[in-house]
Each structure stands twice: as structure tokens, then as C-alpha cells.
Design a protein around this ligand. Structure first.
Ligand SMILES: [Zn+2]
Length: 219
């Protein structure tokens, strides 16, 4: 009973967090209209995820959908995000993460359209826990094929992956961290895009990035 109550409190908290985070990412220009989706894993068989086809400034806590680990709806009156299979598969393969943010943020998506992985153009890439943000191959949105492509390109400990001709996915232990990584990836993508537009970007070496990653780990 106590465990169940704890779970209910966690669901309520996650619903509020997802609503606030969606509005915040909308205000920062990372989300627009109804594109993108956010989720939080409460326990191994409980996820909270944003609803399908609702603008972020209209989503209320009661619109957040609770599903099991396979995406079957447990409670909520809305349909869960069309990318629920992607969220479920990433969680299944990544016990190290408990929150996922998916956006079509403009610069990250521009590089995804070009099929360009993002290299270490700035030490800020350390927040993604990788030195090269990979691009998962394209497949139709909402499909199991897309979910499998993202899972395959999104090995631990990486916290970000692009999806060809689609957008970006970030994952982290908390929703605040996943949202922060999404914003950092958009910044990195903007820098890389602008640098490519005028010349040949200098990329930080493995040694330079090893020092940053060691410092970041300590921090
Ligand atoms: Zn999408």
C-alpha cells in the first residue's frame, strides 16, 4: 500500500514536471506546436508520457498519459505520443536513464537532414557524454523500425542522438538533465552549422576531449 502510494505521488510529480518542461522548451524555441514528446520513467514498468497531437501550451497534468513499459495505457484520457514505441525501447535498453526528450529543434534537425553527426566543435559536447553525436537512420515516425534505429545508435553512455530527416532524442537520469542536454545539442548544432557555412570547423582532439570529460565527471 505504501509502495503504491509512493508510486502515485511519483506519477503526480512526473505529470507536473512534464507539463512545466514542455512549456519551458516551447518558450526556448526547442519545441513548436505539437511536435516532439517527453517522458519520465517512474519504475521499471511505469512511464509518464506527453499526449499525442496536443500543443504544449495547452497540455495540463491530467493530459499526461501513464503507460506500462511496453506503452500500453494504464491511465489517462488522451492517446500517448506517437513516438511511445521509441521511448519504450530506449528505456528497455538503457537502465541508466529515466527521462527522454525528443524535439525537432531547428539546427539539430538541419544537421539530421544533412545526415551529419555532430563532432566535438565545442567542449560543451561533454554534457552528451560522447564526442560524436550519432545519426540514427530514417524510418517513418512512430514505427517500431524507427524505435529500433534509435536504440541501435543510442548506446550508453551517450545522452543524445540525431534522427535522420527528423530531429533529436536526448536521455538522462532526470527530465531536467535531458532537457538541458536537448538545449546544449541545439547550441552545438547551431555552432557547427554556422562554422560549416563559412569554413572548415576545427574539431577538438580525443586528448582535448578526454581532459574535458574527466573534468566534467569530477564536476
Ligand atoms: Zn518527432
Amino acid at each position: 500500500m505504501a509502495a503504491q502510494l509512493g508510486n502515485e505521488n511519483a506519477v503526480t510529480g512526473a505529470r507536473l514536471q512534464l507539463v512545466a518542461c514542455g512549456r519551458d522548451l516551447l518558450a526556448r524555441g526547442l519545441l513548436s506546436q505539437t511536435s516532439g514528446n517527453l517522458s519520465v520513467r517512474i519504475d521499471e514498468d511505469t512511464l509518464c508520457i506527453t499526449p499525442s497531437a496536443m500543443p504544449y501550451d495547452q497540455i495540463e497534468a491530467g493530459d499526461i498519459v501513464v503507460t506500462d513499459a511496453r506503452g500500453n495505457v494504464r491511465s489517462g484520457t488522451r492517446r500517448p505520443s506517437s513516438e511511445t514505441p521509441l521511448h519504450c525501447l530506449v528505456y528497455a535498453s538503457r537502465p541508466d536513464v529515466a527521462a527522454i526528450v525528443h524535439t525537432h529543434s531547428p539546427h539539430a534537425t538541419t544537421l539530421a537532414v544533412l545526415g551529419l553527426p555532430i563532432p566535438a566543435v565545442h567542449y560543451l559536447i561533454a554534457v552528451t557524454k560522447t564526442t560524436l553525436i550519432q545519426v540514427a537512420p530514417y524510418a517513418t515516425y512512430g514505427t517500431d523500425e524507427l524505435a529500433r534505429n534509435v536504440r541501435a545508435a543510442f548506446g550508453a553512455p551517450a545522452r543524445a542522438v540525431l534522427i535522420a530527416n527528423h530531429g533529436v532524442v536526448t536521455a538522462a537520469p532526470t527530465l531536467a538533465e535531458a532537457a538541458g542536454v536537448a538545449e546544449s545539442v541545439e547550441t552545438l548544432a547551431g555552432l557547427y552549422y554556422r562554422a560549416l557555412a563559412v569554413g572548415k570547423p576545427l574539431i577538438l582532439s580525443d586528448e582535448q576531449m578526454a581532459q574535458v570529460l574527466a573534468k566534467h565527471e569530477h564536476y
